[in-house]
Design a binder for this molecule. Structure first.
Ligand code: HEM
Length: 466
């Protein structure tokens, strides 16, 4: 263990791991898809890269049982959620609109993020230590930030609360810590609809979409994915700094234009990538090796943690300094996906605004946390915010730290059981509703190759052999 690294006692607790393992199994097996996860014991990072970049690894939703689950989680309007759209005109139209909304100079974007985070931090008392959950702390700030990206005006509290409630609902359901609440999502849909109808979105919205689809697109991409991803990423970086006081100090002392903070961000996203798995549905044969071919209709699950663990010394260790000698372009490092296959449209914006957010938090507080850091952070990252200029009595701080660790250990158990139960309920509910399946029965994807549908085909999980 590197100096400054705190022991993560509850990391060894079996239940959260069992939940994560179960989720991976569900992703692989939902509704009997032919599924393969890369990299695996026989097919390493090179195969991962080749298959991910293969032109036939381009199906997003049609033909996979797994899609029913994702559409359920991201509904409403998952059929126009950018990441679920099949390639084609609608996708291009939507992707171009997103790019326009995310554009801006580095200075403007960073200043906008700093202001949003500062407004949120103004609500935290600066005369005493506060215990917060980092994800909950920063989500309203990112809600305001994304509102401003879309409407180009300051975000009123009412809109911020609607966006936060919805984003929190989606991410909690995705982590199986809560069920979905249709009321929250309907309230935001209604709000966005009113604004779109009133012509208050200062961008042309995708012309290939109906009014209701445009509303769902804005809600899903700009007020859900963007807010959730930025909140999760901020929580990860701040938690990593809270657990590594030396790294935190170095970020504070960094006089070289955020050079060390950039390494911290890269290392955090390497070790805790926001995507556990990104998937594609193959639309043609893809050779896996000399003997094996993936048939069309295979669900390929690309494991980010698996790939990010290959090719590094001590891959399980949080070590920002590894990036002093490694190049992010050459290492196995794809926090925003791969350029050849629909990477994240916010790959430029996100690191800028994350850096601004982290700086604003550290300008006001020292961070301290004793909870374990896992990729899925279902605990929403409990952390102590210690205002600068009021160093706490060591005994008091110790007591707070111990209490945080103990409370989290207890919560881990109840949360783990809850995740298993709620996860099962949602998988079954999604299966009954068949949102994706029914949509594609009514709107068959153009160029749908034979065998892409979920017909009998080869047995699940066994790639066809030549
Ligand atoms: C630190 C923050 C973020 C990380 C680490 C991240 C990561 C990713 C990754 C890995 C993918 C590709 C997954 C795949 O190959 O299927 C992706 C796709 C996507 N991301 Fe992000 N993301 C972040 C922030 C955002 C933000 C702020 C937005 C705002 C709109 C956004 C919107 C999207 C969309 C729409 C896609 C689907 C792209 C497509 O299919 O064309 N992401 N993101």
């Amino acid at each position: 263990m590197r100096s400054g690294t705190r022991p993560a006692t509850a990391d060894t607790w079996w239940l959260p791991r069992a939940v994560v393992a179960l989720r991976v199994r569900i992703f692989e097996k939902a509704n009997g898809d032919r599924a393969v996860t890369l990299p695996n014991a026989t097919h390493g990072p090179e195969v991962f890269e080749r298959v991910y970049a293969h032109p036939a690894a381009n199906g997003r939703s049609a033909g996979a049982g797994l899609s029913d689950l994702f559409w359920y989680w991201l509904s409403p309007g998952p059929e126009v959620h950018q990441e679920h759209l099949e390639p084609g005109e609608r996708y291009e139209d939507v992707a171009a609109t997103t790019r326009r909304m995310l554009a801006g100079t580095s200075g403007e974007l960073m200043a906008q993020a700093t202001r949003a985070v500062a407004r949120t931090l103004d609500t935290v008392p600066d005369g005493r230590i506060s215990q917060v959950r980092l994800r909950d702390l920063v989500m309203p700030a990112w809600a305001e930030f994304c509102y401003e990206l879309v409407f180009r005006e300051p975000c009123p509290p009412h809109a911020r609360d609607l966006i936060t409630a919805h984003a929190d609902d989606v991410i909690s359901a995705l982590k199986c810590t809560s069920l979905r609440h249709p009321g929250r999502r309907a309230r935001l849909t209604e709000y966005v609809r009113r604004r779109v109808v009133a012509g208050e979105v200062p961008y042309p919205l995708p012309r290939t979409l109906s009014l209701s689809e445009q509303v769902h697109y804005l809600q899903g991409t700009m007020f859900n994915t963007a807010v959730v991803q930025l909140s999760e990423a901020t929580a990860h970086v701040l938690l990593a700094l809270a657990r590594h006081p030396e790294a935190q100090q170095r970020v504070m002392d960094d006089s070289e234009e955020d050079r060390y903070l950039t390494r911290v961000l890269d290392e955090t996203m390497r070790l805790y990538p926001l995507f556990g798995i990104a998937h594609r549905i193959t639309t043609d044969e893809i050779p896996l090796d000399e003997d094996t071919v993936l048939p069309p209709g295979t669900v390929v699950c690309f494991s980010y943690p698996g790939y990010h663990a290959t090719g590094y010394d001590r891959p399980d260790e949080f070590d920002p300094d590894r990036w002093a000698t490694l190049s992010v372009k050459e290492a196995h490092h794809i926090p925003y996906g791969i350029a050849a296959n629909r990477p994240c449209p916010a790959w430029r914006l996100s690191p800028l605004v994350l850096r601004a957010a982290v700086r604003e938090v550290l300008r006001r507080f020292r961070l301290d946390s004793t909870v374990p850091h896992t990729r899925s952070i279902p605990h929403r990252a409990p952390c102590l915010l210690i205002p600068h200029g009021m160093p706490p009595a060591p005994r008091r701080l110790d007591a707070l730290r111990r209490r945080m660790r103990a409370r989290n250990a207890v919560e881990d158990v109840t949360r783990g059981v809850r995740q298993l139960v709620l996860g099962t309920v949602m998988v079954l509910h999604a299966r009954r509703r068949r949102l994706a399946g029914r949509y594609f029965e009514e709107h068959p994807p153009s160029g749908c190759p034979a065998g892409r549908g979920r017909g009998p085909g080869p047995p699940p999980h066994v790639p066809a052999r030549r």
